[in-house]
Write a protein that binds this ligand. Structure first.
Ligand code: SAM
Ligand code: SF4
Length: 337
């Protein structure tokens, strides 16, 4: 790979992929482990974790994100697996939020450990939280995740008290599993001043493919909700790929994330860094670039920037969840949702 050391320093390069999309957002998976087992994400008996020595250290993660920031990335979302099972996450978050150029550091979590960590995460500079919640019924929640709903509720309230706003609830909409709860979830989010986002199931890993039978197009969900609530056009700053509606007469915004029924690849602005240092170019494709060997072989900062610039040239135009549903064998927890 050719180094850019001869380039004048002021020629800062931005990350633009071959399809002209500016890459300004990194989703950072800090672990592939999780304390829950949502059936559409991780197999119940999943123990085949990457060994921690293959995980990037906090220093290595900080170095990669610093390089991204120097190339124009301003937004990072910490995800996983469950990020709060990674040791000393607030310390890592603090280091990332202080990096020059990083303007928005957010977190995706199952909320079970927010009770003890919400305040330190806020102090560390996390600005926004997304939390998974597929059911408000304790028994059903347990069937879906193997976890306790009560822990999630406590975690969400702790996040609210710590001052996080907005808190976005992510609900995977599944036919025959939780499709009798959409209206209840809307009411719950109005009551607690949360934002609600529905997600379509994606065929990622065997678990995701097995969940295909529960797939529900969010057009149907929206149609159904509009019978009970007046939905007006809504906007949400930093809304990402979700299309938003607002419930008239309330502050509630409802986002619809439709990777299957209506893909949003033409505006994709992100790449994903897995905990083992693999940079995945697309959630629904295998295009990737391994950073860990380079990081552990004494790569310079300029060479790291070059490696990232090269990696971005590998970004595919779009996912092919519909055309090639068997494509992605890795589990969602490796790359984050
Ligand atoms: N553990 C955290 C959480 O649950 O929010 C962060 C990681 S999780 C992989 C991120 C998101 O991916 C969650 O909202 C989860 O519901 C979603 N997800 C996982 N597997 C999925 C699948 N097969 N289809 C659609 N969404 C999925
Ligand atoms: Fe864990 Fe999140 Fe996957 Fe559920 S969706 S198993 S909480 S990583």
């Amino acid at each position: 790979m050719q180094s850019r050391q001869m380039e004048p320093k002021h020629m800062k390069q931005n990350l633009t992929d071959p399809f002209g999309r500016k890459i300004e957002y990194v989703r950072l998976s800090v672990t592939d482990q999780c304390n829950l087992r949502c059936f559409y994400c991780m197999p119940k008996d999943f123990k085949d974790y990457e060994e921690p020595e293959h995980w990037l250290t906090h220093d290595e993660i900080e170095r990669v994100i610093r390089a991204f920031a120097s190339l124009g990335t301003s937004r990072v979302r910490i995800t996983g697996g469950e990020p709060l099972v990674r040791k000393n996450l607030p310390e890592l978050a603090g280091r990332l939020s202080r990096l020059p150029g990083i303007e928005d550091l957010s977190l995706s979590t199952n909320a079970t450990r927010l009770t003890t960590q919400a305040i330190s995460l806020k102090t560390a500079g996390i600005t926004r939280i997304n939390a998974s919640l597929d059911s408000l019924k304790p028994k059903r929640f347990k069937d879906i995740t193997q976890g306790k709903l009560e822990k999630v509720m406590e975690g969400l309230m702790a996040a609210k008290e710590a001052g996080f706003h907005p808190i976005k609830i992510n609900m995977v909409a599944m036919k025959g599993i939780n499709d009798d709860e959409f209206e209840d979830m809307v009411e719950f989010c109005i009551e607690h001043d949360f934002t609600l986002r529905f997600i379509e199931t994606m065929p990622i890993g065997d678990t995701g493919r097995n969940a295909k039978k529960y797939y529900l197009s969010l057009r149907e969900v929206e149609e159904r909700l509009s019978k009970r609530f007046e939905l007006i056009p809504g906007v949400m700053p930093g809304g990402g790929p979700a299309r938003y509606k607002q419930v008239a007469g309330t502050d509630l915004r409802i986002g619809f994330i439709t990777p299957i029924s209506q893909h949003f690849c033409e505006t994709c602005n992100r790449v994903r860094l897995a905990v083992d240092g693999t940079l995945y170019m697309c959630l629904g494709q295998d295009h990737k670039f391994e950073l860990r060997p380079l990081l552990r072989n004494g790569i310079t900062d300029a060479e790291l920037q070059d490696a990232i610039l090269h990696a971005i040239t590998l970004k595919p135009e779009r996912h092919e969840f519909n055309e090639k549903p068997g494509q992605v064998v890795r589990f969602m927890s490796m790359t984050g949702g």
